[in-house]
Design a protein around this ligand. Structure first.
Ligand SMILES: [Zn+2]
Length: 455
């Protein structure tokens, strides 16, 4: 009895000890994790609080912040100024084999402006809602998240003792939101970039409301079209043919029919948004002004309309141009047209500007594998509906992948109350850790430029 009792008691004791150990161990880990997460989140908030909105982005403050982060990671850091007052921060994590092509992780520092009064929390306070975990800030999705996630992933890799085989570059560029010409475009065309011997570029993607991350292999090309109609002026009461207004209206109707045909394909689920040509009218300019508004009894001799057209790189630009010349602005109806911008759908090798996502592009498979390894899921490769800096790299024939690891997140870029959940942000760091590790360890000889053009 006594023995049995003793035995039971020692069983109880060891059971209690086991429970205590089980309870204590994870608690200790969680506390350390929490401390890490807290500092990771506060660094993100610090970056978000730097107001880099156009038209007056405080680029220098942001560049200083990034440089100071780089210092804590012992990365080589330089500030390039292709245009005065527009710093581009370039960081380098040297690889063991500099002969191999390097990896470039690109992000833009600037953000679009915000209408402060329409936000629940001020857009540059980076308020963290304690109940939801959402961090509200302009740039939380587009794309300060990605820039700092790259850095945090490097921090984690360094802490784990990882050393890259390939050199990893991180570029923080200005001006993406106003066209990127003084930022990524100059950078991509510079000798500095050439000497970096880049093999793959990662750039921004979009948030995904589902559990699948979105991933982009190309983007639509902006064509900004202005059509102009001219005609004889006349009395407002007179009915006659070929007035500027009538001619312009007929063109607008034709554009609208085309727009509807493209939109129907998306609505029917036959094509993704990035796979159709979008056309949206952005201005109408006509009428003869008077001190009180417009002259009402005069038909004007000129009328114009402007359109933002986005052409998928897989579309046939010749047939679209023919449509513009023959249907939207035919000379037969006294119409002319001009492009304010007409981005080519071809790269410098004359191939459509898309990055391959099959076996010919090893970086694609590596990314897929790495995301899977970090327990993430990728959606179907897509064409980005708008423009990003990735085009400047793709134009050079380089593969570039658009990817911002934000799943289960509404798309709020450029919107009021842009936010990113802190857990989603932290998860994205793990995803990048996995990708950077896979990319920087990839041990294949560099391809020369000619064979790169094949991709
Ligand atoms: Zn962006």
């Amino acid at each position: 009895m006594i023995r049995a009792d003793h035995c039971r008691r020692s069983h109880q004791l060891s059971a209690l000890l086991t429970i205590a150990v089980v309870l204590l161990l994870p608690t200790a880990t969680v506390t350390v994790d929490n401390k890490d997460s807290l500092s990771i989140i506060s660094r993100f908030q610090e970056y978000l609080r730097i107001n880099t909105a156009h038209p007056n982005p405080t680029y220098n403050e942001a560049a200083e912040f990034i440089s100071s982060q780089a210092k804590t990671l012992s990365l080589d850091s330089q500030i390039l100024e292709f245009v005065k007052g527009k710093p581009l921060v370039l960081l380098k994590w040297a690889g063991k084999n500099p002969a191999l092509q390097s990896i470039l992780l690109n992000s833009h520092i600037d953000v679009v402006p915000a209408e402060h009064h329409k936000w629940v929390h001020p857009p540059f306070e980076a308020h963290l809602d304690p109940s939801s975990g959402h961090i509200y800030a302009r740039g939380s999705q587009d794309m300060k998240c990605v820039g700092l996630q790259y850095l945090e992933a490097v921090r984690k890799l360094q802490a784990s003792g990882f050393r890259p085989l390939r050199t990893v570059y991180l570029s923080f560029v200005p001006d993406e939101e106003i066209g990127g010409h003084d930022g990524a475009e100059r950078f991509a065309n510079s000798d500095i970039f050439k000497n970096m011997n880049v093999g793959i570029v990662l750039d921004e993607g979009l948030a995904s409301p589902t559990e699948n991350y979105r991933v982009f292999y190309g983007e639509r090309c902006p064509w900004w079209l202005v059509i102009k109609a001219t005609g004889a002026p006349g009395h407002g009461a007179k009915l006659y043919d070929n007035t500027a207004m009538e001619n312009l209206m007929r063109s607008i109707e034709s554009v609208r029919r085309f727009r509807a045909s493209q939109f129907d394909l998306v609505k029917a689920g036959l094509k993704a948004e990035g796979e159709v040509t979008s056309v949206n009218m952005v201005f109408l300019k006509a009428g003869t002004s008077s001190p009180t508004g417009f002259v009402m009894n005069l038909q004007p001799s000129e009328a114009q309309a402007g359109f933002d057209i986005r052409v998928p790189p897989t579309a046939d630009p010749v047939s679209l141009e023919r449509r513009i010349a023959e249907e939207w602005a035919p000379a037969a109806r006294n119409m002319t047209f001009e492009f304010k911008q007409r981005a080519s759908v071809y790269d410098k090798f004359g191939k459509p500007i898309v990055s391959a996502f099959d076996a010919s592009n090893p970086w694609w498979a590596l990314l897929e594998e790495a995301v899977k390894k970090a327990n993430g899921k990728l959606g179907k490769p897509e064409i980005f509906p708008a423009s990003t800096d990735a085009r400047f790299f793709r134009e050079r024939g380089l593969p570039a992948i658009g990817f911002s690891p934000m799943a289960n997140t509404p798309i709020l870029l450029h919107d009021h109350n842009e936010f990113l959940n802190k857990n989603e942000y932290l998860r994205g760091i793990d995803i990048y850790e996995s990708i950077i590790k896979a990319y920087a360890s990839y041990d294949e000889p560099a391809r020369d430029e000619a064979s790169r053009a094949e991709m």
